[in-house]
Design a protein around this ligand. Sequence first.
Ligand SMILES: C[S@@+](CC[C@H](N)C(=O)[O-])C[C@H]1O[C@@H](n2cnc3c(N)ncnc32)[C@H](O)[C@@H]1O
Length: 217
Amino acid sequence: MDRQTWQAVDDYFTGQLSGPDPVLDAAHEANALAGLPPIDVSPAQGKLLHLLARTVGARRILEIGTLGGYSTIWLARALPTDGELVTCEISPAHAEVARANLARAGLDGRVDVRVGPALDTLPTLDGPFDLAFIDADKRSNAEYFRHALRLSRPGTMIIVDNVVRGGRVADTDSDDPDTRGTRAVTEAIAREPRVDATAIQTVGSKGYDGFLLARVR
Ligand SMILES: C[S@@+](CC[C@H](N)C(=O)[O-])C[C@H]1O[C@@H](n2cnc3c(N)ncnc32)[C@H](O)[C@@H]1O
């Protein structure tokens, strides 16, 4: 099995289960045109985020790491019209592209893009949020999780993306700051009595990675 097969399988399921989506295609095109790196979630992962947000009946969503707003669109579409999504992005250029993509998607009224280091923005926010999606610089994951927990309520779902890192997460000696950040958040969650959690390995159009899912007790 190789990445070409994972891509073909992702294309098959996305084609069958999600279908064409001109708004999301336009967001991808705008991101590429603006030179953003293609590190957004895959369509299948975006749909999973959307379904999870609907499953928990999310009315307020927190996202850390906006990029061009691809995952933001999937998540914000799960909100009721009076719902709110706050998304944190350090890069003004990324935030500008995201705002345009969200406006084109008709979601700008529901989404608040906060520009700046997430660790500066998060202390200014009030909870509770019903779902938090952590997908920014991985070295800060443990601190992001701490804030997501502070801003949660019992039942809040917290998702941490890219926790497998091509298998590098299992390398106990890794000096890669992103791998260390991922291990740090995993171990903090393991010690945290207020959540139940699991982590799932995935393959697909984005390669071999995975996500961690926690539910606040
Ligand atoms: C993996 S991308 C997010 C992808 C997006 N969630 C999606 O799937 O469409 C990570 C984003 O986090 C942003 N970022 C990196 N460090 C950050 C920080 N300290 N605070 C806020 N955002 C940060 C990067 O600029 C980048 O846009």
